[in-house]
Design a protein around this ligand. Structure first.
Ligand SMILES: Cc1cc2nc3c(=O)[nH]c(=O)nc-3n(C[C@H](O)[C@H](O)[C@H](O)COP(=O)(O)O)c2cc1C
Length: 204
């Protein structure tokens, strides 16, 4: 158990970090015959060159999607549209280790083989170019091979959160409480090795 530094006040940290932009996206991947997707908000633009778009996407080690991305080196970032609130429940509250989460969700395969979900605000179909371990998560630097906007209005977490049905909000609070313990236990155990063994399928 690590004692928090005395000069860190969690409510202040929540106010500072909570105000950062948090786009809602379904991170979808394919490894071999397996497809899966999860919800993520920890996504940042990481390129000023518009014809080489890059993002940093943070994925927790415990997620099935993490294993699949680590194996395949590909992911599609499907930015959610205003009417895709149900995907938060379908993809963000349970793991694809135990069920086929994409069953019943229409999608096509992108250039990387990753699922492009129908009706999204838009997508970037990406390959991993590097990765940094954070102990509890991996920050994947990804580069888009293809992408487009489909129209509509982007769904942000700050707008979606108050629209969640009470049952989903309760489930979310329960899930986060468990994940906080896992992160606290693991975030000091950082593997400094670089992304050394990229799958041949996505090397330039
Ligand atoms: C609103 C919301 C935001 C989330 N943001 C992230 C995130 O940025 N990174 C992450 O790894 N997981 C995030 N998650 C959690 C995963 O979506 C969730 O743990 C999912 O069940 C993992 O599924 P999997 O095991 O099939 O990969 C978020 C979930 C929700 C509902």
């Amino acid at each position: 158990m690590i004692t928090p530094p005395p000069d860190i006040n969690p409510p202040d940290v929540a106010a500072l970090l909570g105000g950062l932009s948090a786009p809602l996206a379904a991170i979808a991947t394919r490894s071999g015959d397996v497809v899966n997707a999860q919800i993520a908000v920890a996504i940042t633009a990481a390129s000023i060159v518009l014809h080489r778009p890059r993002l940093i996407v943070q994925i927790y080690h415990t997620n099935y999607t993490h294993d699949l991305i680590a194996a395949s080196g590909v992911m599609a970032v499907n930015f959610l549209n205003h009417d895709q609130l149900p995907l938060i429940w379908q993809l963000g509250m349970r793991s694809g280790r135990h069920c086929d989460k994409l069953a019943g969700i229409p999608y096509t395969a992108g250039a990387t083989g990753s699922p492009l979900l129908a009706g999204s605000f838009g997508y970037l179909d990406c390959r991993v170019v590097n990765a940094m371990d954070g102990g509890d998560l991996t920050a994947f630097l990804v580069e888009a091979l293809a992408g487009q906007t489909n129209g509509g209005a982007r769904l942000a977490w700050r707008d979606a959160r108050p629209r969640l049905p009470q049952r989903w909000a309760d489930e979310w609070d329960r899930k986060i409480a468990g994940e906080l313990d896992v992160s606290l236990d693991n975030m000091s155990h950082i593997n400094p090795a670089a992304w050394a063994n990229p799958p041949a399928t996505w090397q330039r």
